[in-house]
Design a protein around this ligand. Sequence first.
Ligand code: NAP
Length: 293
Amino acid sequence: MPYSSSSSPLTQSIAILGLGAIGTLMAWHWREHTLYGVSRDASTCHRTLIDQQQAAHQLTIPAWQHEAIDWLVITTKASATLDALQSLQKQLPQVQNILLLQNGMGQQQQVADWLSQQRYSATLWAGISTEGAYRQSAEQVVYAGSGDTHIGLWQAQHPTASMPNGLTVVDDIQQRIRAKLAINAVINPLTAVFRCRNGELVSHGEYRQALEALASEVQQCFTALQQPLDFDLKERSLAVAQATARNQSSTLQDVLHQRPTELDYINGYLIRQAQQLDIELPHNRRLLAQLSE
Ligand SMILES: NC(=O)c1ccc[n+]([C@@H]2O[C@H](COP(=O)([O-])OP(=O)(O)OC[C@H]3O[C@@H](n4cnc5c(N)ncnc54)[C@H](OP(=O)(O)O)[C@@H]3O)[C@@H](O)[C@H]2O)c1
């Protein structure tokens, strides 16, 4: 259930770790907060955000050093999360809240386990966003489509923090992340294997058949894990693919740019979860194998 905080969100201080596409977009949304960045070389970050009216906004984001902050927001790809966080070990006692604003699953629990082993007291949040952004160059990011960003506590606790601007707090974030993961688990690997735009998964007979088989397997997997999806995944995936027909999925873009994909934290996560119950996911496995060739 959304709730709003009583104190002004603009008093919040935020450091963003991962100033790529979504990190730069959030930095622009949060430009009136006290804002810091974490780059690989600990230097000030200079970014340009091209908004939806094609206006260019220059952002200068000072490096986060030892300042106490309300929020550390991590917007790296899922696979980079734990290493990136561990590289900030000395500064973590200065952090009230950590928000993982990423797709995929697996990294949240890795971080939760590590924080608890290290006895850090920061509160862990997870979030998902339907905002869209892409990098035109290392320092230039294009705001491709506006959307919503929902966050929630990773482990059940009473939420007490004041929020950065524009975030909606919900009490079912894990369920929402699972729902997004399920749709990504269908659309992303198929568009990457077939090298097609999202809409072709609906219009092309063979691709649509593959979508239906994969959606059925993913739906059954969540049911077996006793986390059943409360929607028909085949229908939802077809609807999302149709609504985003012209889009290239992030996995297809990663493959085309020869970058690592996030599928190990999407389909790979499902395969590992299912394995614990001795359940095989042949469609998921085959797609991952095809993409790793
Ligand atoms: N882009 C979108 O529209 C969108 C929308 C919703 C959700 N998401 C999710 O958001 C996450 C980030 O996606 P993205 O598209 O923003 O990826 P991205 O453009 O690749 O940005 C990730 C950034 O993290 C940086 N990084 C990685 N490890 C680091 C470290 N140890 N220290 C400092 N910086 C580090 C990367 O730097 P280098 O460039 O040096 O590697 C890069 O700037 C993903 O989980 C994605 O699925 C994205």
